[in-house]
Design a binder for this molecule. Structure first.
Ligand code: GLN
Length: 500
């Protein structure tokens, strides 16, 4: 079989334009690769081969921008008539009757929707271990996690089972798995990409973004999915620039801030070393570095887990067995039970209706442990008496965190940090310790709280050959600037070319 699966989207588009290959050749190459590899990676959870082949054939000879390039889609993005389950049992069998805006845009640009990728249930997690379809394995070391929640998308791209993929990022779910799998992941500015049709986790933090092997492919995919959408009231009516115009090979005059708070205790020494080496590379390209401070960083994880769980508890209220997914009803003899309770003195308001029973059973069976934990935490933070102390306070601190960034961006064009405090951890290592798991996102969460864009670039390997990610953050709507830094960096490094 051909080895088209190793090529980037840019290379494939060129080959198609020259008439050397067709979209179908690419799709067949990838499907073959998946047959050989995915049983040990588990990156894909739904893959309708016949539909993919049919869609690909229909794009034969297409003059569209993407010319039939396949794009893998995270399982929380609605694709019309295709299974979209957020890797949760509660959405088993759910096929949305409509496309997310990003899917409409991909189709208009001539992409083939190439299967749904594995994820932590409802995007809650940093390891891709909470999926109802079983975990995804890191292609660099299958005893380790690929990161999460978009672990399936990152692993598929890293393992050449997909050319490009979409993920979603609420607190790091694109950048963290991109870092742990050695690929490029971008969280766009809040509002840059429509969230319409993304099954909501935390609506004030969620963004869809691209996961690819190169910065150029990343820019290409963002170019297609970005832009204002009337169906998402939080989408920004700001023009989308031509991202390819940012592919410059030097960084002359560019100022990059290094926040002390991100290089404190707890940072793995090998990760620190790779980030320091990256600094030298960027300096050699013309950038200058400046020490800066983001003083409210220490509150980011606490603030995030109040806001994100509060919004999640409200967003997940819709999954009650009435309209979507599974429905479970109690089977015992209700009437007898009710009569027994009345006989033992229960008041009428204490008697559960069959409807409440159905909600409880459906949600009890449908949601996994982490989803339940978040619903409980979020409901608590929003309940009367606690709302001011937790949710409102968290919102105020969120503003302070955002102001820290505003202040730094008055002096600097970018901020550079590690993407994660450590390389990929072992499977099972943190799954029973939610706090340790929550700390995996310590460096990524603040960008979501501040609404700013951030990219993770492969920047080296540990001595055990585990990828390390470099995070660059920028002021809102400067994704182009991130592509400039990333492009220049990839011109002089080969980390993104190494194979797992
Ligand atoms: N790992 C973080 C969480 O569990 C972020 C997840 C995400 O970005 N979707 O909430």
């Amino acid at each position: 079989m051909n080895n088209l699966y190793t090529k980037t989207a840019m290379e494939l588009i060129e080959d198609i334009s020259k008439g050397k290959i067709s979209s179908l050749d690419i799709v067949e190459s990838l499907l073959d690769r998946i047959d050989k590899e995915d049983s040990s990676i588990n990156a894909f959870v739904h893959l309708d081969r016949d539909k993919i082949i049919k869609d690909s054939k229909n794009l034969n000879g297409s003059t569209s921008k993407l010319k039939g390039i396949p794009v893998a889609i995270k399982d929380n993005i609605c694709v019309e008539d295709e299974l979209t389950t957020c890797c949760s049992k509660i959405l088993e069998g759910f096929r949305p009757p409509y496309n997310a805006t990003v899917i409409e845009k991909l189709k208009e640009a001539g992409a083939v929707c190439f299967g749904k990728t594995n994820m932590d249930e409802f995007a809650f997690g940093s390891s891709c271990e909470t999926s109802c379809y079983g975990p995804t394995y890191n292609p660099w070391d299958t005893d380790r996690v690929p990161g999460g929640s978009s672990g399936g998308s990152a692993a598929a791209v890293a393992n050449n089972e997909a050319v490009m993929a979409l993920g979603s990022d609420t607190g790091g779910s694109i950048r963290q798995p991109a870092a742990l799998c050695g690929v490029v992941g971008l969280k766009p500015t809040y509002g840059r990409v429509s969230r319409y049709g993304l099954i909501a986790f935390a609506s004030s933090l969620d963004q869809i973004g691209p996961i690819t092997r190169t910065v150029e492919d990343n820019a290409l995919l963002l170019q297609v999915i970005a832009g204002h959408d009337k169906k998402d009231s939080t989408s920004a009516d700001i023009e989308v620039p031509d991202y390819s115009s940012f592919f410059k090979k030097d960084l002359n005059g560019i100022k990059i801030g290094l926040p002390d708070e991100y290089f404190a205790e707890g940072l793995n020494p090998e990760v620190r070393e790779k980030v320091e080496e990256s600094k030298k590379i960027l300096e050699s390209l013309g950038a200058s570095f400046h020490e800066v401070s983001l003083p409210h960083t220490e509150y980011a994880v606490s603030v995030y887990y109040i806001i994100a769980t509060a919004e999640a508890s409200s967003n997940l209220a819709r999954f009650d067995g009435v309209q979507y997914g599974i429905r479970r009803q109690k089977t015992e003899n209700r009437r007898q039970k009710t009569e027994d309770r009345i006989a033992s003195g229960a008041k009428s308001h204490e008697l559960k209706t069959p409807l409440i029973d159905m909600y409880e059973k459906t949600r009890g069976e449908g949601f996994g442990e982490e989803a339940k934990r978040r619903i409980l935490l979020g409901t608590y933070a929003l309940s009367s008496g606690y709302y001011e102390a937790y949710y409102l306070k968290a919102q105020k601190v969120r503003t302070l965190i955002k102001r820290d960034f505003d202040d730094v961006f008055k002096e600097c064009d970018f901020i550079m940090t590690p993407t994660t405090p450590a390389p990929a951890f072992k499977k099972g290592e943190k799954i029973n310790d939610p706090l340790a798991m929550y700390l995996s996102d310590i460096y990524t969460i603040s960008a979501n709280l501040a609404g700013i864009p951030a990219i993770s670039l492969p920047c080296g390997f540990t001595k055990d050959k585990l990828p390390v990610g470099l995070q660059i953050m920028s002021k809102p709507f400067n994704e182009g600037g991130l592509f400039n830094v990333g492009y220049a960096f990839q011109q002089v490094t080969d980390f993104h070319k190494e194979k797992s």
